[in-house]
Design a protein around this ligand. Sequence first.
Ligand code: HPA
Length: 245
Amino acid sequence: MLAVIGGSGFTSGYLEVFEQNFIHTPFGEPSGPIITGQIDKEQVLFVPRHGSNHSIPPHQINYRANIWALQQCGAKQVVAVAAVGGIHQSMGPLTIVIPDQIIDYTYGRKHTFFERGIAKVEHIDFSYPYREHLRQQLIGAANRLNIPIINYGTYGATQGPRLETVAEIKRMEQDGCHIVGMTGMPEAALARELNLDYASCALVVNWAAGKDTGIVELSEIERNLKLGMDQIYQLLAKFITINKC
Ligand code: HPA
């Protein structure tokens, strides 16, 4: 089954909700009950990673519990919705990006299931952190809808909850990051550890620090979240019809 992890702005309001299951995992509680519902008449699982009232900051999300609970409920594939800042000049506000690489700048997060006493030591291949066939289905959905998207991009995952300094964004740009967000890791790696197919659909909601004149305005982020998420919904709905074939 397909699971959708909702980010800022993408709530269960976009689904027809049938059922909510409170799953307890060996790693603690997920961000909320795992929702079974429909997007455009197709069944999906859903969890809002920041909680149903958007109260869990990026560094305190229980990524392990979310991924574990989704798998427990039957998820085999995960599409993560993310709000991000744009670093590359082609990735300004309201651009949709389907990233293909990640650089992880987060720290202190519970980032693996392979811990002493929990599982035996294993190393996963993570050369290509997003599953290519899911990425292609997302890109295909956008093409069919004539929604302009960027079909590549390196997602720099920062710790948050504060936004970055101008120097940090400059460094990330030199590293090769195109977009910046706070929740892409360890989520993607945990999905890979449990062998779940995972891809991400990122909406740029602001220029990253120093990429525009002045400071990052939170009101702009809010505005763009509202403006852009409907298109993300359309994209997911089309993706789901492609994915089920
Ligand atoms: N930085 C990090 N995370 C974000 C940003 C940003 O500029 N915008 C939305 N999420």
